[in-house]
Design a protein around this ligand. Structure first.
Ligand code: GLN
Length: 482
């Protein structure tokens, strides 16, 4: 069954001419039609275009010179702009919006012959932790369809976990790749800020947003990270020499790897069973020669509150462009101001409106110093604290999420929901690369193991993750429903 294979395994079959790119693409398209009604992971499926791309990919494969991802279907979070294909950000305000250009990360995949199979569901404008904020319905977790997949890239996580696509792309502003990857039992990687171009990613919080891969294992995640990374003149925050090199991926060892667990990420917030699975995983790594230390990084205690000032502040500015004139539908009223407020008032969902209000307040004169400026100071302190820790450590480790996948509708306290971002937020604050690897099950649901490293340590973090995945024994577990 093709759907059970990793991208690297499918690539080998394509190379050996055991299957054609069209057969691969068709088999995933068929699977989406049949299975996605259980999950609601896809908002748009590009059947015709994907098959046309598959035929082009096949000619590349036949010519003998091709990239390993040529002919491999990839699902794209629906906040990545795709020319001639709807890009909704799971918002009514962009319902039926068709961009006139393609995001650089997606363009790079097109250029190497990867197949854009469809656009995946997300929390509206990537604002959320459970994927329940989509204007087009919640996404369901294949481990238990009454549970949330995590957000905001829930559709992309489920696409891989439910084997509807071998790979997918998501975006991570405060954990939106790693968190759903953890809850769905797949690998999710957020590269160093600036290594993947943000051009064409609909901006949420520009200083935190980063695009990255979801995959069944680290090898596949590294393949995709390599393909989408690299300098882009169209993104002014893109780093020079930023392509992620994965040639040494399989040469790492756990012996002497210095890992640190901050006590602030291992407190009472962590579910006792998640804690146990994480501790067993650490014991396993220690037996293989990793050195695991405990440390304290006190600024982590302010991470969630700081993030929930900075992210909404940036969002309030970025989302000002959705005025019913330039993008998407417009609710026509007597005057311009009336049309503007009717469009924004009726077409943005409640969480997005809340954040625009909080962000506008935090940036307003008289409050700017007390909130936004102070949050930026804390962000600086936190980054410095992590950088100091990296002088004696290779990576900071913790569970990716304090809990396993919650029931849909199960968390009603908005503060409790936001507190779940505790472990993932610091990486975005410092622009650090960070990955979530499945490390076991608690309550029969997946638990993620997170590693965060210094800026530009992407190669090292992937190499260590590859070795860690081998130590964990089973790199990929299928949800029992499949
Ligand atoms: N859960 C966080 C939020 O709601 C992170 C979202 C993200 O990374 N896009 O903002």
């Amino acid at each position: 069954m093709l759907n059970q294979l990793t991208a690297a395994e499918i690539a080998a079959k394509l190379r050996a001419k055991e299957v054609s790119a069209r057969e691969v693409t068709q088999s995933f398209l068929d699977r989406i039609v049949k299975e996605d009604p259980h999950y609601n992971a896809f908002l748009t499926v590009n059947s015709d275009q994907a098959l046309a791309q598959a035929d082009q990919a096949q000619s590349k494969i036949d010519s003998g010179e091709h990239h390993p991802l040529c002919g491999i279907p990839i699902a794209l979070k629906d906040n990545l702009s795709t020319r001639n294909i709807k890009t909704t950000c799971a918002s009514r305000i962009l319902e039926n919006y068709v961009p006139p250009f393609t995001a650089t990360s997606v363009q790079k995949l097109d250029d190497i012959g990867a197949i854009s199979i469809g656009k995946t569901n997300l929390d509206e404008f990537a604002m959320g932790t459970t994927n329940e904020n989509s204007a087009f319905g919640s996404v369901h977790n294949p481990w238990d369809t009454e549970r949330a997949p995590g957000g905001s890239s829930g559709g992309s996580a489920v696409a891989v976990s439910a084997e509807l696509a071998p790979l997918s792309l998501g975006s991570d502003t405060g954990g939106s790749i790693r968190f759903p990857a953890a809850l769905c039992g797949v690998v999710g990687f957020k590269p160093t800020y600036g290594r993947v171009s943000r051009y064409g990613l609909v901006a949420f919080a520009s200083s935190l947003d980063q695009i990255g891969p979801f995959a069944k294992n680290v090898e596949d995640a590294a393949l995709l990270a390599n393909a989408i990374s690299g300098h882009d003149p169209l993104d002014s925050t893109s780093l020079k020499n930023s392509q992620i090199n994965t040639s040494d991926l399989k040469t790492g060892s756990l012996r002497g790897l210095r890992l640190g667990i901050p006590e602030e990420l291992f407190g009472p917030e962590i579910d006792p069973q998640v804690r146990e699975v994480f501790e067993l995983a650490c014991d396993n790594l220690a037996r293989e020669g990793a050195e695991i230390k405990r440390l304290s990084l006190p600024s982590i205690n302010y991470g969630v509150t700081t993030y929930y000032i900075i992210a909404p502040a940036e969002a309030s500015s970025n989302l000002a462009r959705f005025d019913g004139v330039r993008f998407g539908p417009r609710i026509e009223k007597e005057g311009h101001i009336e049309s503007f407020s009717a469009t924004r008032g009726e077409l943005f969902g409640p969480e997005v409106k809340l954040r625009i209000m909080v962000g506008t307040y935090a940036l307003s004169s008289g409050y700017y110093d007390a909130y936004y400026h102070r949050a930026q100071q804390v962000r600086g302190l936190m980054t410095a604290e992590f950088e100091r820790a990296y002088q004696d450590l290779d990576f900071i480790i913790s569970p990716t999420s304090p809990i396993v996948a919650p029931k849909l509708g199960g968390i009603t306290d908005q503060m409790a929901l936001k507190a779940l971002d505790l472990c993932t937020i610091p990486a975005n604050m410092g622009g650090f690369p960070s990955i979530s690897i499945p490390c076991g099950l608690a309550y029969d649901l997946p638990v993620g193991f997170q590693l965060t490293g210094p800026v530009m340590s992407d190669e090292k973090i992937l190499q260590a993750s590859y070795a860690i995945e081998q130590a964990f024994g089973r790199d990929y577990r299928r949800p029992p429903i499949l």
